[in-house]
Design a protein around this ligand. Sequence first.
Ligand SMILES: Nc1ncnc2c1ncn2[C@@H]1O[C@H](COP(=O)(O)OP(=O)(O)OP(=O)(O)O)[C@@H](O)[C@H]1O
Ligand SMILES: [Mg+2]
Length: 272
Amino acid sequence: MQPPGGTLQRLTLPGVKYLVAVTSGKGGVGKSTVATNLALALQMHGRRIGLMDADIYGPSIPIMMGVPHVDPQTTPFPIERFGIKLMSMGFVVPANQASILRGPMIHKYLTAFLTQITWGELDYLLVDMPPGTGDAQLSLAQTAPLSGVVAVVTPQDVSLTVARRGIEMFRTVKVPILGVVENMSYFKGDDGKRYEIFRHGGGQKLAQDVGAPFLGEIPIDPRVAECSDAGDPIVHKFPDSEVAKAYLTLASLVAEELQKAGPPQELPGLKM
Ligand SMILES: Nc1ncnc2c1ncn2[C@@H]1O[C@H](COP(=O)(O)OP(=O)(O)OP(=O)(O)O)[C@@H](O)[C@H]1O
Ligand SMILES: [Mg+2]
């Protein structure tokens, strides 16, 4: 890490075609759920996928992808599960032990995750971001060769201020916003009717406000949480569900937007 006022070098990831962050201004909107299921959906489209957990303080990927505790001394990283390459702080620090790290250490860990792990040849390396616009976002936005960002919102985010702030941060450093996906959009009852439990339209409105594509709606389904908690994401466990279909569509749209955005901009190291 350079001292303040120094220049952060942009990292290179030679084997990775697209590095994509899944992000949101707010916590608990489903970033980790979207990251894991999008990873599996992209894989179903025949792509080679990695998933990096950038939530150093509250990693979710080990549980959601069903990786039990591993011994970091003897386990080669990344860990592979469902054919997806994974890295998470949860593999390094036991779940019952909180990571207490200062900002520069977050940067160091994320840099190590990106560059010291043998990711190999990947079409997409997805990054599950922690909530907000803190150290992890800043670190990745400034140094990682991000191809783009997928922003997750929930329908009730009608004020949108926080969600917007999350997006603008990446835009400031010229990372393309691939689009906005609305999670927990509606619930389809046994009667086939659509119930908009958390109102409607937050995702569309945010996409419009920030001038980014709207990437669709993912319904509420109690099986989403059950599958995540059991370590077998819904796209893998119930590939014919409406939720899985929404993820397959999301995967196609993300791939399209990445192609449109082209290769990541070659930016010089940014001033801290
Ligand atoms: N479409 C959905 N239907 C039902 N439950 C969902 C859906 N999406 C997410 N959930 C549940 O909502 C909770 C929060 O999801 P998740 O942990 O992915 O959010 P997050 O944005 O990553 O949170 P954090 O900000 O803490 O990292 C989880 O219990 C998850 O299983
Ligand atoms: Mg999360």
